[in-house]
Design a protein around this ligand. Structure first.
Ligand SMILES: [Zn+2]
Length: 83
């Protein structure tokens, strides 16, 4: 299964402080309407502020690859679409 949507959500939350705060404070609201699996949503709900300190740490916490996160960080959708 593609993790593209998950990667996009995580990459945006890394770039955007307000969305990151919203995601951490109220993950179910922030993820409403996103095409994430139940497992992916449960994983995101377990993330903490500290997991966003570096791409490496976030990738490990989320079970995705660092290169996918870094590649996605320049994608226009990631840069412009808020959660
Ligand atoms: Zn945002």
């Amino acid at each position: 299964m593609s993790q593209r949507e998950l990667i996009f959500v995580l990459a945006h939350a890394q770039l955007c402080t307000s969305c990151r705060e919203r995601l951490l404070a109220s993950p179910q609201d922030a993820l409403a309407g996103r095409w994430l699996t139940a497992e992916e949503k449960a994983m995101v709900e377990r993330l903490k502020d500290a997991d966003f300190f570096t791409p490496e740490r976030l990738a490990e916490a989320a079970g995705v690859s660092v290169s996918q996160l870094n590649e996605s960080s320049n994608h226009p959708v990631v840069r412009l679409r808020h959660l």
